[in-house]
Design a protein around this ligand. Structure first.
Ligand SMILES: [Zn+2]
Length: 184
């Protein structure tokens, strides 16, 4: 599998990226991720514990890319920066939210990441990470989760068991976020 490192990160060692995540967000992650484990946990038909709050090293790396991507958000109206990263069969891609003076034209980070991937030839999403870096410690899950439109777009290119890492809100599967996506 080819991992395409974005040009702005190619001179960084993965340890540097992880250090960035460590210094900025790991405390937040630990403080907020834990509450998922306090909720009732679910196991899907394949026995996969899909409501994890602990991340694998690869998931941490993808989340670090999402955190980094959020730094490039264009969010002058909401000041709510979001970053996303997707792993696909064609490599890794990132995106950020891009707002517009005509508010309705604003686009979420998840979709800019996915559209960049598809535009580069990808057709299969294997993992998603999203980070709302401006959420505070008192922000609940609802302020961190992908919106409905992005869930539908993720489902277009991802199998139902694909993990979606939501910063501060654990790891979900696509089918948990959108059990019955619209299909043609
Ligand atoms: Zn969205």
């Amino acid at each position: 599998m080819a991992f395409l490192i974005p040009s702005h990160l190619q001179f960084l060692q993965i340890s540097d990226i992880m250090h960035t995540l460590e210094s900025q967000d790991i405390v937040l992650w630990k403080q907020l991720g834990g509450f998922r484990t306090a909720n009732s946990r679910m196991t899907d038909s394949e026995g996969i514990d899909s409501m994890r709050s602990e991340l694998t090293s690869e998931e941490q790396s993808l989340l670090a890319m999402a955190v980094d991507a959020a730094q490039r958000a264009y969010a002058p109206y909401s000041n709510f920066r979001v970053g996303a990263a997707v792993r696909t069969e064609a490599g890794l891609f990132t995106g950020c939210n891009i707002e517009n003076a005509s508010y309705g034209l604003s686009v979420c980070a998840e979709r800019t990441a996915i559209f960049a991937a598809v535009g580069a030839g990808a057709r299969r999403i294997e993992m998603v990470a999203v980070s709302c870096v401006d959420t505070g410690l008192d922000t609940g899950i609802g302020g961190r989760m992908p919106c409905g439109a992005c869930r539908q777009v993720i489902a277009e290119f991802a199998d139902r068991a694909v993990p979606v890492i939501v910063h501060g809100a654990g790891v979900w599967q696509v089918n948990e976020l959108l059990p019955e996506p619209f299909e043609l």
